[in-house]
Ligand binder design. Sequence first.
Ligand SMILES: [Zn+2]
Length: 161
Amino acid sequence: MSLTNFNLDKSSLCPLCDEQGWVRHVSLPEISSEGFLCDECYAFWLEKEKVDSPSFIQFDDFLKSRGLDTSSVELNFLDSEENEPIARKWKSFSVDEREVLPLIDEAWSKRKEALATDPRAYVVNLKKIIGTDGETCVKILVRPGTQEVIAAYPVHCSPAP
Ligand SMILES: [Zn+2]
């Protein structure tokens, strides 16, 4: 994601994933709604004043609560002057909703070392397709220094560096 023209001030860093992600101002044309979304852990807030750790909602849950398709939601970035893709395929699990938590448990139990580049992130290859874009890996983010999972979502596996 290009952040060239994005205003990278400190206030835009995500409080939930320990300032690893940027909180982006987004709009959801399908439901005429706006909000603030972390581009790393997908925490979501409806009001900028409320962007803090306790009051977030997971973006997937928000989309579902509004009856939106989590795999193909239309998203505009209002804080960028650059022409970013208007619609972006959301990272979403392709498995049945009831299977998501067991899947994350499975990934958690199979995790090895945290990423060298990011000590609070684990990428686990489940060796089966679990994401809507054919992803087979799950990325798990924990609160730094703890085993408290704050987000988990499908990613494409990449060879270990
Ligand atoms: Zn975040």
